[in-house]
Ligand binder design. Structure first.
Ligand code: MOS
Length: 748
């Protein structure tokens, strides 16, 4: 393959469609006689519905029907049919199926009307009375009831077996730390809110335009729940306005739109409001008790990490929260524990780097604290404890370029100018602090299919059901396909997010570049072989005896390697063979053998500078340098955007983001962008993104590790550690807000 595009910075191929409003999102599709649905939220967090009076709502002009649990349709009875591809163990929430209330703002009715305005007005008039029961929504109150999940969630490893004598190693060493870190619940808050436009196609066929990270997941869920044939359900999610994990599971809007559509035999759209977005899943609040000890040389001797995470009463949501503490640094004595605590909330769900964002954050703060206690520079401390193997699974890494990340980022940041003592750097009225952390995220490849079609006009169509949630999938697949066949990127059209296309899993886990990229590469290989066969058969072909290894595909031609004149055009070969199209199929498999022998992670080092107003406690993150090693970088431009987004989210995690529940009511009180704070442009200073090149043929067939999630891992800890360096105050309860910095009782 001649790499003309792969590895080069390329703008998003769908960028123009997006900025000109031509890329349509789920709520923007229209249908004749479209009905609009609006949900009615529960006012209590736990209990049951005593009665629903919809008379006033039905009296509004244009209201067609009010659905409640009393008149639910013919749906699946057993949990397994309600469980989508990424569901954790338990009983999935079933919208409008029972009088039981499981969480505040749970939908209790769906008003369907001829207009959105009528539906919304009428929804406010639905009278619901409740029998309230006591709810529990405060994780801090439930720690004593925490339990080890009886059933494991697929794909989430359990904590490794303890190793070494942790208690002895803790007691014996001169420097130690035991501390508790807390992270509040966070919500993903993607720009695009959940919406489903369910188009009634007649003959029992439905097309769902749905905001989702997994069109195939929504299709199989809808088919199972409603007892429909998969071929009668098409799900389209061609463009997704951000998701960050909340779009992995089908949401109530999809269920409700289909339910109403089947009952009324009409097209129905159901959109969620920003407030309702707070009922769709969240990054669980977590508490981390971490114990570390090191010897006088700063060698880590023991690590304990006890994580407690929120889940709902009905499902055991799980993520890899604590295992990172057993593999990021070398230590002979490690004991990790992971427990869940049930709350009366909706089920938490994956949010960018689920588990790692929270668990590594706590660990990286603790490492900073221990390094300080031992009087060692935090970067030097990490270098002394560099792990050459994954000690949890006792496997080597396919590649680990963390040391190169440390070196590159520290150099760009000018870390050597840092003084060890807190409050030692000052500029104007501000305290300046420098902090750092490292991050890691799994490199995964999932079963994925792709189809590529070459036409005689030398245009290429690339198709897979995978979605592009804003990460750049359209663009990297166009780059890969263009290079594989030696065509310009303009010749390539990529179609994604549609169950009519070859099956792919949810876009998540940072695995899509490796998975769909591999499937597309193999589909192109398929075409290359067919093309060469045609070219060889041409009369007087200069390629008559050529093998695939002898030729290059470049400039729309196949030619002998090093002899560009000795070749034929792709179109010419196809016309001579009298074929109008060549179809290639490709499939990526999880690299099972590799996974048995090697561990593979993307790695990062992130350095942050903060300036803290000493009197007001206001923190500004003025500078971040992040170096990431994530295998082969297909497109430095979209890759950089992923890291920028991850770091911005990390800044939010450090300073702003917190879903606040009034535990007396069991309700989220800041379910809007005025009160739920995310970083705005002014909160994000200079960010320098560095990629450390890795040539890792083992990690995935195309050498890609993926980088949608690694950017957030460690970013909040780097900021927190910088705040400690600036102020001498260690705040272990995130986010680090002004009140906590000014409150001297919180001083470490
Ligand atoms: Mo990701 S949190 O698997 O979208």
């Amino acid at each position: 393959m001649t790499a003309r595009h792969v590895g080069q910075a390329r703008s998003r191929v769908e960028g123009r469609l997006k900025v000109t409003g031509q890329a349509r999102y789920a709520a923007e599709y229209d249908a004749p006689d479209l009905l609009h649905g609006c949900l009615v939220p529960s006012r209590i967090a736990r209990g049951r519905i005593a009665s629903i009076d919809a008379a006033a709502a039905l009296a509004i002009a244009g209201v067609v029907r009010v659905f409640t649990h009393a008149d639910r349709g013919d749906v699946a009875r057993f949990d397994f049919r309600w469980r989508d591809m990424v569901a954790p163990p338990g009983s999935p929430f079933r919208p409008l199926q029972s009088h039981e209330i499981q969480f505040a703002d749970q939908p209790v009715a769906l008003v369907v009307a001829e207009t959105w305005e009528a539906a919304r007005d009428a929804a406010a008039l639905v009278e619901v009375t409740y029998e309230q029961a006591a709810h529990r929504t405060d994780l801090h109150q439930e720690v004593d009831n925490a339990y080890r999940p009886p059933r494991k969630r697929f794909g989430v490893p359990r904590p490794p077996k303890p190793r070494g004598d942790v208690d002895k190693a803790f007691a014996a060493e001169p420097f130690k730390l035991r501390a508790r870190y807390g992270l509040p619940p966070q919500h993903h808050n993607p720009m695009e809110m959940f919406a489903t436009t369910c188009v009634w196609e007649g003959d029992g066929r439905l097309t769902l335009y749905d905001k989702t990270q997994g069109a195939t997941n929504v299709r199989s869920y809808i088919a199972k729940v409603f007892g429909l044939k998969k071929k009668n359900v098409r799900v389209v999610s061609a463009y997704v306005g951000g998701a960050f994990g909340v779009g992995l599971r089908p949401q109530a809007n999809a269920f409700c739109a289909v339910m109403a559509s089947l009952a009324l035999k009409r097209s129905v759209r159901v959109c969620l409001s920003r407030r309702e977005m707070f009922t769709t899943g969240y990054r669980p609040d977590t508490l981390h008790t971490i114990g570390l000890s090191c010897d006088s040389q700063g060698r880590l001797r023991s690590v304990t990490h006890d994580g407690v995470a929120a889940t709902s009463r009905h499902e055991d949501y799980q993520e890899n929260l604590v295992n990172w503490s057993g593999l990021l640094y070398r230590s002979d004595s490690v004991r990790l524990d992971y427990r869940l605590a049930k709350l009366d909330t909706c089920t938490p769900c994956d949010m960018r780097a689920p588990g790692a964002a929270s668990g590594v954050n706590a660990l990286e703060c603790a490492i900073d604290e221990l390094a300080f206690a031992a009087g060692i520079d935090p970067l030097e401390f990490r270098r002394r404890n560099y792990a050459e193997r994954d000690a949890n699974d006792d496997k080597p890494f396919t590649s680990k370029s963390l040391e190169a990340c440390y070196a590159a980022a520290a150099d760009a940041f000018d870390w050597r100018r840092r003084g060890l003592a807190p409050r030692s750097m000052r500029e104007g009225g501000e305290l300046v602090g420098w902090g750092m952390a490292s991050g890691a995220w799994d490199a995964m490849t999932m079963l994925s299919n792709a189809r590529v079609i070459l036409k005689a006009d030398a245009s290429l169509l690339v198709e897979t059901a995978a979605s592009d949630i804003g990460t750049g999938t359209y663009t990297i697949l166009a780059q890969i396909a263009a290079d594989a066949l030696g065509l310009p990127m303009e010749a390539v059209t990529v179609r994604l997010g549609d169950t009519d296309l070859p099956w792919a899993p949810v876009e998540g886990g940072s695995w899509t570049a490796a998975s769909s990229g591999t499937a597309v590469t193999r589909a192109c290989d398929d075409i290359r072989a067919t093309l060469l066969r045609h070219a060889r058969r041409m009369t007087g072909s200069p390629l008559a005896d050529a093998k695939l290894d002898d030729v290059v595909f470049d400039g729309g031609r196949i030619a002998r390697r090093g002899e560009p004149a000795r070749g034929v055009g792709l179109g010419e070969a196809m016309r001579t063979a009298q074929v109008e199209r060549i179809e290639g199929k490709g499939r990526a498999w999880p690299p099972v053998l590799r996974m048995m022998k090697y561990a593979s992670y993307a790695q990062s080092a992130v350095f942050a500078e903060v300036r803290v107003d000493e009197e007001l406690g206001v923190v500004r993150v003025t500078r971040v340098v992040c170096a990431t090693a994530a295998g082969r970088i297909l497109n430095p431009k979209t890759a950089r955007s992923q890291i920028l987004g991850g770091i911005a989210m990390g800044i939010g995690m450090a300073l702003h983001e917190e879903t606040v529940t009034d535990h007396r009511l069991g309700r989220v009180v800041n379910h809007n962008f005025a009160d739920y704070h995310v970083p705005a442009n002014a909160d994000v200073g200079d960010i320098e993104v560095i990629f450390v090149d890795e040539h890792d043929a083992k990690t995935s067939p195309i050498g890609v590790k993926g980088l949608g999630e690694i950017g957030i891992v460690g970013a909040a800890a780097a900021v927190a550690n910088a705040i400690f360096h600036a102020t001498g105050k260690r705040v272990r309860d995130f986010p680090i807000t002004i009140d906590k910095l000014l409150n001297t009782a919180e001083v470490a």
